[in-house]
Design a binder for this molecule. Sequence first.
Ligand code: G1P
Length: 276
Amino acid sequence: MSVRKCLFPAAGYGTRFLPATKAMPKEMLPIVNTPLIQYGVDEALAAGMNNIAIVTGRGKRALADHFDISYELEHQIRGSSKEASLAGIRRLMENCVFSFTRQMEMKGLGHAILTGETLIGNEPFGVLLADDLCVGKEHDVMTQLVHVYERFGCSVVAVEEVPREETYKYGVIVADEIESGLYEVRDMVEKPKVEEAPSNMAIIGRYLLTPDIFDIIRETPPGLNGEIQITDALKTQASRGRVLALKFSGRRFDCGSVDGFVEATNYFYQRMKERG
Ligand code: G1P
């Protein structure tokens, strides 16, 4: 079955970016002149997912507005050179369908994904965390996950080796390599203490999930910080069947942190200069 839908959990408060995120969704923070969420939707569409399902929350209306027509603005700049700057977002609006649902309480990433069930239904889907901004080598990271899904038909997560001392920020996997860069997950743990981390293979914000994950999330008890963790649900899914992890080729910027945000800004600024 082809993967048509991509879920964007985007209800979080973005507290690491206060005060910028006090009245503005963190997914609208721009890297150069493009908001994080737009890079994400671009990546989803490139992977063939034109059905964009966004889980929003209070104070996040700008997300829906960004993917809608702005009549006054478009009327104002019609025929001017400024129109060119809207070409990218127009292409997404013309080629994607957007739907939204609201997560009323912040009860973890697993809970956010379950909130999106109503928009996804019974089919495989991507999950993209927009504050992880990824640049693929030959293909975008979501496309790389789709390629694995097409071969194996099971859930796949993107992983990256991180310095040991940073494992506490991530879901960390224990896995057997089944072919170069592709792993079968045996165990996973959400944000372990550094001294307890079972490996340095960290899950990043790209998942390709089969829809049985929804029932599994429903039966997953609250884990770390009292939240429903997708990592715990995936661990169950792996124990009952199969979950794969792909060491993606490309680069990820953690734009949820100031350091990663600045690195991404420099990278995309340079790229923009080079492309002219
Ligand atoms: C979430 C997940 C974590 C994963 C990370 C990737 O954490 O819970 O397992 O490694 O995304 O970005 P968050 O960064 O939302 O705290």
